[in-house]
Design a protein around this ligand. Sequence first.
Ligand code: ZN
Length: 264
Amino acid sequence: MNDLRTELCEANCEIIRRRLAVLTWGNVSCRVDSSSIFIKPSGVPYETMSAQDMVLVDMQGRVLEGGLRPSCDTPTHLEIYRVFPQVRAICHVHSSYATAFAQAGKPITPMGTTQADSFAGAIPVTRQLTPQEVEQDYELNTGRVIAEALAGLDVTKVPGVLVCQHGVFTWGNSPRAAVDNAYVLEQVAKINFRTLLINPSAPLLPDYLLRKHEERKHGSSAYYGQPSDCRASSLSLQHGCSPASPLSAPGASPGHDLPPQYPG
Ligand SMILES: [Zn+2]
């Protein structure tokens, strides 16, 4: 349990290191077992956050362990876990380019192989919530419209969604993977935004090229990366978040920011 707390705390700090949020914004959670999750506490500065601050809640959002209030987005996370048992960890951010697409109510359609390496198709956008849905159980209803937008999709192949006029939710097999997917999604949104500035009529990625990139990385005969995943998690064991960490200091080599599965 303590290892998981540390892993989750580090993944939350990674949000700041990758500049996916400012202040205390953003949150990551992870499943503990079928009846509980750990989630970031609400409004705690990343600089002073420690593994022991992670809050254990049950699937109804009741605090089981921890002296701090859980993220106010907890009901959204819980709804995603309830509907999609494959999801092990979730990241929520308002990163700039991805949120610009969310505010425009536009899905991120595949325009290049960068997206195809991590998302097997368009990154959907939810519908707007109704006044009633916002007034009552807002965060739970946010989870519901996310589930609605993902209906019929394989969430292991499309590990992210835009919430209309709000922000981004991504997920993965671990807290770090969920944050990595938020980072990739932000990069894809930035590239697509610039592509559309250069050529508003730029073509979509052809399906055969999208499938090729998905297959070579995730298919049964994938050949991207090394034969067995011998790369240990690069999460350090430090407590609290240091945005000026040597591996991610502003101005550091861009290569240091690359997540393990970033297209090479
Ligand atoms: Zn939000």
